[in-house]
Design a protein around this ligand. Structure first.
Ligand SMILES: *Cc1c(COP(=O)(O)O)cnc(C)c1O
Length: 217
């Protein structure tokens, strides 16, 4: 079913919107099947899991980190990933900058927005994003390329829409500043149940797990 699911989603996506397969807990065989069907971006929540898959799959796809990055995993993450979607603090950014400097890499990053203002969630509040981005603009080994949000997990995609709208608003506001060192290009929003609403609200990367691979067991 993985192949059919990927093809169905790819056929539905408007031009300019990219599909990212959210691969937590999936086997290399499953991930390879998705790649065979046309997936070009792999989203990983855990560095260790990504490392295993990366050994087998390698650079034929782009690797995005979508979990919570721990300091002791930064060097490994720097090597594997083509983008970190979950940057949410100065401290983490400085560590990542240092780690990427050490391997001579400039890492594209997205700032994670806690659009649902949930206490237990990672990400910065919408009104904090601009300040963080300005503070980070001096770091030479990360490149800010947009925003990512999860939003509260609900069954109904319409419940997610206001959070997508708010994140889009922050995205456009920051883009309009025309800051020289950043390039507001990517807006990563929408999961299996909510990606259609997310695209309507401006998303250009949708992160889909169960919609491709089925329920996690
Ligand atoms: C698991 C995950 C997804 C995909 O969720 P599904 O509901 O399985 O589509 C998207 N983004 C992040 C950050 C995730 O951890």
């Amino acid at each position: 079913m993985i192949k059919e699911n990927v093809q169905k989603i790819l056929n539905e996506l408007p031009e300019g919107v990219e599909l990212e397969a959210a691969c937590k807990t999936r086997s290399c065989e499953e991930i390879l099947e998705a790649i065979g069907a046309g997936v070009k971006i792999i989203g990983e929540n855990y560095v260790q899991e990504a490392e295993k898959a990366f050994e087998v799959i390698g650079k034929r796809v782009r690797w995005h980190f979508i979990g919570h990055l721990q300091k002791n995993k930064i060097k490994k993450a720097g090597r594997i990933f083509d983008m970190i979607e979950t940057l949410d603090s100065i401290k983490l950014a400085e560590e990542l900058d240092k780690g990427c400097a050490a391997i001579g890499k400039v890492m594209p990053v997205l700032i994670e927005i806690n659009s649902g203002r949930e206490e237990q969630k990672f990400g910065v509040l919408p009104e904090e994003a601009k300040g963080l981005i300005i503070e980070l603009s001096g770091l030479k080994h990360i490149k800010i390329m947009g925003l990512m949000t999860m939003g509260p997990l609900t069954g109904n995609p319409e419940d997610a829409r206001p959070y997508f709208i708010e994140t889009r608003r922050v995205f456009e506001r920051i883009k309009s500043l025309g800051l020289p060192e950043i390039e507001m290009k990517y807006l990563s929003m929408g999961m299996s149940h909510s990606y259609k609403a997310a695209i309507e609200e401006g998303s250009n990367i949708v992160r889909i797990g169960t919609g491709i691979f089925g329920q996690r067991v």
